[in-house]
Every structure is written in C-alpha cells, then in structure tokens.
Design a binder for this molecule. Structure first.
Ligand code: NAD
Length: 338
C-alpha cells in the first residue's frame, strides 16, 4: 500500500484524489493546505487527516509519497522539504519557473535518493500517446509540419495565476504542455522564436512559438490562456509527413474541468484514406498517477517523463521567454549539469 499526502486541496489536489480513490494499492493518508475550510472539506470527502503544516505531517504521519498540487511558485520549497524527509514526490507542472530552481530540486532529489515525477500529462493523454507511437513507428515518413495548440479562458478558480512570479503566466502554465510534447517527439530544440502579448501584470498569456529541432523538424505552437469568456478549452495537434497526416482536436464544454463533456476527434490521413479512431475516454490524470504509483512501489524512476526531458523543456521555456522579451531568434542554452 502506498500512503500519499496531497499538498494543496485545490483543483488539481482534488483531481488527483479522485484518481487515487479508484486505486486499490493507494491510501490518501492526509491533505496539507493552509486554508482551513479547503482542507476540512477535502479531509471529509476523501476520509483522510488534515494539516496546515507539512512539517507536522512529516513528524507524526506515516506516508511514502508527497503529491504537490500547490501554486507553482511554492513547488520548490515543498519539493525540497519532501526530499529531505525522504519521501518520493509527484509534483504538478510546471515544476518551477527557472532552470536554476529546477537544478536545486534535482540536487535535493539525488542527494536524498528519492524519486520525482512531474505531471507533464500529455505523456499519458491517449491521442497524444497514439501520435507519439506513430512517430516512433515512422508512420509519417519524413515529418514536414508539426503544430500544437492549447487555448483556454483564464482559470476561474484562483487568482494567483494572474501574476508572472506566481504562475509564469500562460507561457509556463499552459503553453509548456505543447512545448513538452514537441520536445518528447523531436528531442532537443536548437533555437526558438516567439511572439505574443503580455497581460497588465507581465504574464505572456498569448504566445505563438516556433521551435527548430536539431533533427531538422520545425514546429509551431500556439498557447493562449486568456481567450474570450465562454470560449471552449481547445487542444489541437497536427503532424504531417511524406506519408501520413495526424489531426486531433478537442473542444471541452467550457474549461478543462469539463473535459469529460468534450468533443474529441482524431483523423488519420494516409494512402488517400481517412481513418477516424474511436475516442479513447480514459482519464489521462488517472493514467499518469497510476504510472507514478507503480514507479513509487517499484522504487524506480519514470521512463515516461524522464527528468532529463523535464529539464530540457524548462531550458526551452526560458529561451522562448527570452525571445518574447527580445524579439530575436534565441539558441536554447542547456547549460549541461556537471
Ligand atoms: N496538469 C494540468 O493539466 C494542470 C491543470 C491545472 C493546474 N495545474 C497545476 O497544478 C498546480 C495547482 O494548481 P490548482 O489550479 O490546483 O491551484 P488552486 O489554486 O486550485 O489550489 C491551490 C491550493 O493550495 C493551497 N495553498 C496555497 N498556498 C499554500 C501554502 N503555502 N501551504 C499549503 N497550501 C497552500 C490553497 O489554499 C489551495 O487550496 C499549479 O502548479 C498548476 O499550474 C496543472
């Protein structure tokens, strides 16, 4: 049995708890949240202990894993505390907002010999996994065009998202998903270019990016976290090669919380024929956390979301931010760890 403390009783904390409830080998031991009513409501619904202070849980609650679902700017402090307490860690994305911060976390995880997995959920999203498998089988022939997009209203449930120092804005909070996915498909980007628009606080909430990968593919990604009120949460993926085109679109009812109520359509074009596979409605968050629990039980690192890729993605995000600020094409600096 893997005993889990969920840190953060908000939108993602509850999403994770719903997934854990369906797993036979998991017990939600406790929730940690500074907001008294949020933690009490959570504890009652999921039948667990509640605490405001993570340190108190480390001292007197038996658990194996800390699942960190806090606002992004708090991730580093809690990952460091969990690592020092020798707990395995799941942390929501974006893991943090700078490579410097990530390197401190990676050092702590290695020094304490614990495992860390980051919630880069597209690695478990059935339609994105299907396209990744098609790329690995070389179904496309030579890939000549790659496009990924994610468009949403601003998150309605919490205000901390509006400040760049808290969330990294739409650039880090939303667009990162597609940058992660493209890096997973095509490896390291050599250079990037991006244009966009900032909100009044300095968040890049409207972004169009171009990534030039070392392997020769150039990809485009669009990320908007401030669409007009009522616009459906939208994901798009289009890959086109010398033999095949893969086209996926999802329009959720209103925001991401309505993903069960969404239109999801994949079409694969090859040899003059169109194939429309049936929508795979398995919950990607449940698939992701089941994989994490398997890794924690077996004391192994995730091979599906490797930390080297997590770091490469953050290096790419920093380069995109620099390009947005400067208007220039920017070489990605991977600043190799020694
Ligand atoms: N993977 C995805 O698709 C996805 C989707 C949404 C959000 N996220 C990420 O998940 C993380 C959490 O986002 P959310 O929307 O659930 O946030 P939220 O605002 O809904 O919840 C955050 C919770 O943390 C609590 N909290 C704040 N400061 C605290 C502190 N110092 N100590 C203890 N508790 C504290 C708040 O009271 C709140 O209950 C963010 O990093 C976000 O980017 C990921």
């Amino acid at each position: 049995m893997i005993k889990i403390v969920i840190v953060g009783a908000g939108f993602m904390g509850r999403t994770h708890a719903d997934a854990y409830l369906r797993m036979a080998n998991v017990e939600i031991a406790a929730v940690c949240d500074r907001d008294e009513s949020a933690r009490a409501e959570f504890a009652e619904k999921y039948g667990c202990r509640a605490a405001a202070d993570f340190g108190a849980l480390v001292r007197d609650c038996e658990f194996d894993v800390a699942d960190i679902c806090l606002p992004t700017f708090l991730h580093e402090a809690y990952v460091l505390a969990a690592a020092q307490a020798k707990k395995d860690i799941f942390c929501e994305k974006p893991i943090t907002l700078s490579v410097e911060s990530l390197d401190r976390m990676l050092d702590a995880v290695r020094a304490n010999r614990v495992r860390l997995m980051v919630g880069q959920v597209l690695h478990f999203w059935p339609e994105y996994v299907r396209a990744k498998e098609a790329v690995e089988r070389a179904d496309f022939g030579e890939i000549r065009y790659a496009y990924a997009a994610r468009l949403s209203e601003h998150p309605k449930w919490s205000d901390w998202y509006r400040r760049p120092e808290n969330s990294g804005g739409g650039l880090f909070d939303l667009h990162l998903h597609d940058i992660d996915y493209l890096c997973w498909l095509f490896g390291e980007a050599e250079s990037v270019y991006a244009v966009g628009k900032k909100n009044d606080f300095g968040c890049w909430n409207h972004v169009v990016s171009v990534l030039n990968f070392r392997g020769g593919v150039s990809a485009t990604a669009h990320g908007v976290i401030e669409m007009t009120k009522g616009y459906p949460f939208t994901m798009e993926l289009r890959l086109s090669g010398s033999r095949t085109t893969y086209d996926y679109v999802m329009h959720a009812g209103e925001n991401l919380e309505d993903r069960g109520n969404s239109l999801r359509r994949t079409a694969i074009y090859a040899d003059g024929k169109i194939t429309v596979p049936e929508a795979d409605l398995r919950d990607p968050y449940a698939l992701e956390l089941a994989h994490f629990v398997d890794c924690a039980a077996a004391k192994r690192e995730s091979e599906i979301v490797p930390l080297e890729l997590v770091r490469n993605v953050l290096c790419t995000m920093e380069a995109l931010k620099e390009s947005l600020e400067s208007g220039a094409l920017v070489k990605v600096n991977y600043g190799r760890r020694g």
